[in-house]
Design a protein around this ligand. Structure first.
Ligand SMILES: CC(C)(COP(=O)(O)OP(=O)(O)OC[C@H]1O[C@@H](n2cnc3c(N)ncnc32)[C@H](O)[C@@H]1OP(=O)(O)O)[C@@H](O)C(=O)NCCC(=O)NCCS
Length: 262
C-alpha cells in the first residue's frame, strides 16, 4: 500500500501505515525475516506523557512496534529519576547522542508543543513518530501527519486530514472531509463535524464541538463543552453553547517568549 508523508490508513486489526511511509512490525515477517521494534522516546514526563506510554504499550500489545527508551525533559525539569520504570533524560544532549531514536512530543498544550517541536527540529536530528491506538477507527482517505497521536476510541470517518503534532484524545469523533491543522489539540470527547476546519494550534476543550463546516481560526481555544455553531476568528477563547468570545489574544501569543527554555 502506498504511503506518502501525509497519507496513512488504519483499521482495527490491520497493520499501521505511518506518516513517514514505513510500516512497523517486529518478530518474524512473512518471509521469515527478523524485524525489530524501533526505538522511541517520549518528550514530557507528565500526565500526557504517561498516557502516550500507555498508547505505545497498547500498540505493542496488538503488534510490537516500538521500544520506548525513556522520557525527555528540558534540563531545568530534570529531577524525576524514572517514570513508570523508564528513565527521564535531559532532552537535547540525549537526542544528539541518539539520532536514530524517533520522538513524540506528549505535552498537552498546543503552544508549548509548538515551541518544543520548533526547538527540537532546529537542534536535534531525530524524526517524529506517529502513534495511533489500535482501537481508534480510521476510515478511507484519513491522513495523519508526523508526530501526531490518536488515542483510544477515536473515530475518524473518511477523507480527513490531520496535520503534524496534533493530539486527538480519547473518544473524539471527526466527520468526513474535516481538516485538523498542525499542533491542534482535541481533548477528550471532542466532536469535529463534517467539513469543519480546526486551525493550526487550536485547543478544543473536553466535549466541545465544531458544527458542520465551521472554521476555527488558528490558535483559537474552545472551553470545555463549547459548541461552535459559526466560524470563529484566530486567537480568541470562546465558551458556551452557542460559543461566545470571552478573550482576544494578540497575534503570535503562542510563540515562545524570551526566558523560556525554547
Ligand atoms: C475556557 C478555558 C480555556 C479558560 O480560558 P480563560 O481564558 O482562562 O478564561 P477564564 O477562566 O478567564 O473565563 C472567562 C469566562 O468564561 C467562563 N468559562 C470558562 N470556561 C468555560 C466553559 N468551559 N464553559 C462555559 N463558560 C466558561 C468563565 O466563567 C468566565 O466567565 P465570566 O467572564 O462571566 O466570569 C477553560 O475554562 C476551559 O474550559 N478549558 C478546557 C480544559 C480542558 O478541557 N482540558 C482537558 C485536558 S484534561
Amino acid at each position: 500500500m502506498e504511503c506518502g508523508a501525509l497519507e496513512s490508513k488504519w483499521r482495527l486489526g490491520c497493520s499501521c501505515h505511518l506518516a513517514d511511509g514505513e510500516d512497523r512490525f517486529a518478530g518474524k515477517g512473512e518471509e521469515g525475516l527478523l524485524l525489530v521494534s524501533r526505538p522511541l522516546a517520549i518528550f514530557g514526563a507528565g500526565g500526557q506523557a504517561r498516557e502516550a506510554l500507555q498508547l505505545v504499550r497498547d500498540i505493542n500489545g496488538a503488534s510490537p512496534a516500538w521500544d520506548v527508551l525513556g522520557f525527555l525533559v528540558d534540563e531545568g525539569y530534570l529531577g524525576q529519576g524514572t517514570v513508570h520504570g523508564l528513565p527521564v533524560h535531559g532532552a537535547l544532549p540525549w537526542l544528539s547522542a541518539h539520532p536514530e531514536v524517533s520522538l513524540v512530543v506528549a505535552v498537552g498544550s498546543s503552544s508549548a508543543r509548538y515551541g518544543i517541536v520548533e526547538r527540537l527540529s532546529s537542534r536535534a536530528p531525530n524524526s517524529f513518530a506517529t502513534l495511533v491506538h489500535p482501537s481508534a477507527w480510521l476510515g478511507d482517505g484519513v491522513e495523519i501527519g508526523h508526530g501526531s497521536l490518536v488515542c483510544a476510541g477515536a473515530l475518524l470517518t473518511t477523507d480527513i486530514r490531520v496535520g503534524r503534532h496534533v493530539h486527538v484524545n480519547l473518544a473524539c469523533t471527526v466527520g468526513h472531509d474535516a481538516e485538523i491543522r498542525d499542533y491542534a489539540t482535541l481533548n477528550q470527547r471532542v466532536s469535529v463535524a463534517g467539513n469543519a476546519r480546526v486551525g493550526t494550534g487550536c485547543e478544543l476543550g473536553t466535549a466541545s464541538c465544531a458544527l458542520p463546516g465551521v472554521e476555527l481560526g488558528d490558535w483559537t481555544i474552545l472551553g470545555a463543552g463549547t459548541v461552535a455553531t459559526e466560524d470563529l476568528p484566530a486567537n480568541v477563547t470562546a465558551v458556551g453553547a452557542p460559543a461566545r468570545i470571552v478573550k482576544n489574544r494578540p497575534p503570535g501569543w503562542h510563540s515562545p517568549h524570551p526566558g523560556e527554555p525554547w
